[in-house]
Write a protein that binds this ligand. Structure first.
Ligand code: SF4
Length: 359
């Protein structure tokens, strides 16, 4: 551990003020904090809450139902990242649809889906565009290429989201946010500076142990000072202006829209959809998909988990009916999901300890 990390660790361990609630918004942060054992050094009065920063987790059930309709009723080949295949829709998942004969293909980038469409002109190919500002530019590149090269059998089903208005919707859920460094690498920091003026505080955090410890220590210190704050603790990657190229690309291809977040409902201006120039590449428009209200398992508490209102272990299904092998909700399916993190790093460990104690 370097000197900076040791100093940060000491600040965290020695904190003895009133209870602080810090929300790590990013699913990767949730997993890294567990993996590095950072939770074990937190004093009781520092409460780390996991938030809605996993794109698969916040995607509503209705989106899966739309993808199922495309695959099963409209004869469209669905291309997606792996996690989404196992997320349950109202009746089944994309994996279930595949066993019914639907074409569902796992890809590693939107460009793979574009190339599949280009090489199979008689097949309709749709990429499930799920993600935050980090991954949206790649989907924009794919659809821009399709338009430029006349690959008309390629579409996107969009569930792209932007973070700033989600922070506003979550105001009051925590005393401060650990902002996801990879999102700020694209968006820059000016929006977060403005949030601080609105009473929403936070620190941009990187992903190494030293960066995470520093971000948590700075958050504790600044909250203790009791003044409005925003701080960029990931300056080796995040600049004030962010990725100008990435932002321009998103502005060229997409436009803001209201978006439904699992657990948080519809947040105004928190999503992105294809703009008028690219409308023909929008799967909802091309295949006349109606608005679908999905129905999740009523016992699943993903919505509360995503808002930091409960821990996964408060869900009656956690570790019993719902496991990574048989996931009931999106937070257990996704590699970045909070339930999956608690299962991998906390539940399994506790089970092993109990078994060892019984021997
Ligand atoms: S443990 Fe499973 S069912 Fe419970 S909230 Fe998490 S994903 Fe949903």
């Amino acid at each position: 551990m370097n000197e900076q990390a040791l100093k940060a660790k000491a600040i965290i361990e020695n904190y003895s003020g009133p209870e602080l609630r810090i929300m790590e918004v990013c699913g990767t942060h949730t997993h890294e904090i567990f993996r590095m054992g950072i939770r074990s050094i937190l004093p009781e009065n520092v409460n780390l809450i996991s938030g809605p920063g996993c794109p698969v987790c916040v995607t509503p059930v209705g989106f899966i139902d739309e993808a199922l309709m495309l695959a099963l009723e409209k004869n469209v080949t669905i291309c997606t990242f792996g996690d989404l295949v196992r997320v349950p829709g109202s009746e089944t998942s994309l994996a279930g649809a595949r066993s019914q004969g639907a074409r569902v293909q796992v890809v590693y980038s939107p460009l793979d889906a574009y190339e599949l469409a280009r090489d199979n002109p008689d097949e309709q190919v749709c990429f499930l565009a799920v993600g935050f500002e980090t991954t949206t530019p790649a989907a924009c590149i794919a659809v821009d290429k399709a338009r430029e090269n006349g690959v008309d059998n390629f579409t996107l089903l969009t569930a792209n989201k932007t973070m700033v208005n989600a922070y506003r919707a979550l105001k009051g859920s925590a005393d401060a946010f650990l902002y996801p460094g990879h999102v700020n690498a694209i968006t820059g920091t000016s929006a977060c500076e403005k949030l601080a003026e609105e009473g929403i505080y936070g620190v941009v955090a990187g992903f190494t142990a030293s960066e995470l410890l520093t971000a948590i220590a700075v958050t504790i210190t600044r909250l203790t000072e009791g003044k409005p704050f925003f701080e960029n603790c990931y300056p080796r990657v995040v600049t004030r202006e962010g990725s100008v190229k990435g932002m321009r690309l998103m502005e060229k291809v997409m436009e803001p829209c209201d978006a439904e977040w699992r657990g948080l409902g519809v947040i105004p201006d928190s999503g992105l959809r294809l703009n008028d120039e690219y409308r023909n590449f929008d799967a909802r428009f091309r295949f006349d998909i109606p608005e679908i209200r999905g129905k999740g398992n009523p016992a699943c508490r993903c919505g509360d988990v995503l808002q930091g209102k409960c821990r996964p272990s408060d869900c009656p299904l956690f570790g019993k009916v719902c496991t990574p092998q048989h996931a009931v909700g999106s937070c257990m399916v996704s590699n970045e999901g909070t339930c999956s993190a608690y299962y991998q790093y906390d539940f399994i460990l506790q089970q092993a300890r109990q078994q060892a104690a019984q021997k």
